[in-house]
Design a protein around this ligand. Structure first.
Ligand code: AP5
Ligand code: MG
Length: 206
């Protein structure tokens, strides 16, 4: 299988599609956001550092995330492909990645601004990693997989969301051109039903 990078604005649906790719192709889903949030929950030194950036909607410093991804990619389960979700997020991160890995494809999960706002404001998450949206949850307040209570991510507050989108435009959107120039970029129009989008994702990965 391939080594895949998922690009896309906050709330575009990267995590949602990455979970489907993982199930279909049996390759690990490496989300730097999930790793950082786990460290915050466990109160590790990395988590303490990361929290102040994440809560402000800013990026965690490059050297911190580059180090943790490089370590993760050395693990055994990454031998036959992986999905990077939320990394790289800056040009220096992409350049560092190119020194230690061979990326085959960068999927750009492309969604207009108004849809992004809708997706992030309705997101509900579980500590187990599952993600839901209020539009499909009905009256449910617990995780369909593990039964735990769902909650709203701290950085989904409206003030933080605005800054995350600004940071995305300035620091992360240039990666679209970075991978286009390498001939690795595939755009996926990610408006519509999750399963339908996944069909296009699969086509882009063949
Ligand atoms: P991270 O966790 O990566 O957040 P993000 O990029 O802002 O993206 P999100 O997780 O918010 O959105 P998503 O695209 O995964 O969408 P989802 O599938 O949940 O990063 C968080 C923070 O950590 C950063 O701000 C930064 O501080 C730090 N960080 C992380 N990586 C870093 C790095 N490399 N360098 C520096 N700092 C880093 O979907 C959103 C919602 O929409 C859900 O409710 C979902 O159910 C719903 N949805 C999805 N698809 C559809 C659909 N087709 N139709 C209807 N609803 C849908
Ligand atoms: Mg995510």
């Amino acid at each position: 299988m391939k080594n895949i990078v998922l690009l896309g604005a906050p709330g575009a649906g990267k995590g949602t599609q990455a979970a489907l790719i993982r199930e279909e192709f049996h390759i690990p889903h490496i989300s730097t956001g999930d790793i950082l949030r786990r460290n915050i929950k466990e109160g590790t030194p990395l988590g303490v550092t990361a929290k102040k950036y994440i809560d402000a909607g800013e990026l965690v410093p490059d050297d911190v995330v580059i180090g943790l991804v490089e370590l993760r990619l050395k693990e055994d389960d990454c031998k036959d492909g992986y999905i990077l979700d939320g990394f790289p997020r800056t040009i220096p991160q992409a350049e560092s990645l190119d020194k230690v890995a061979r990326i085959d494809v960068a999927l750009n999960i492309d969604v207009p601004f108004d849809v992004i706002m809708e997706r992030m404001s309705g997101r509900r998450v579980c500590a187990c990693g599952e993600t839901y949206h209020v539009s499909t949850l009905g009256d449910a307040t617990t995780c369909q997989k593990c039964g735990k209570e769902l909650f709203i991510r701290d950085d989904d507050r409206p003030e933080t969301v605005e800054n995350r989108l600004r940071v995305y435009e300035k620091q992360t959107a240039p990666l679209i051109d970075y991978y286009r120039k390498q001939g690795k970029l595939k755009d996926v129009n990610a408006v519509g039903e999750i399963d339908k989008i996944f069909e296009d994702v699969k086509k882009a990965l063949i």
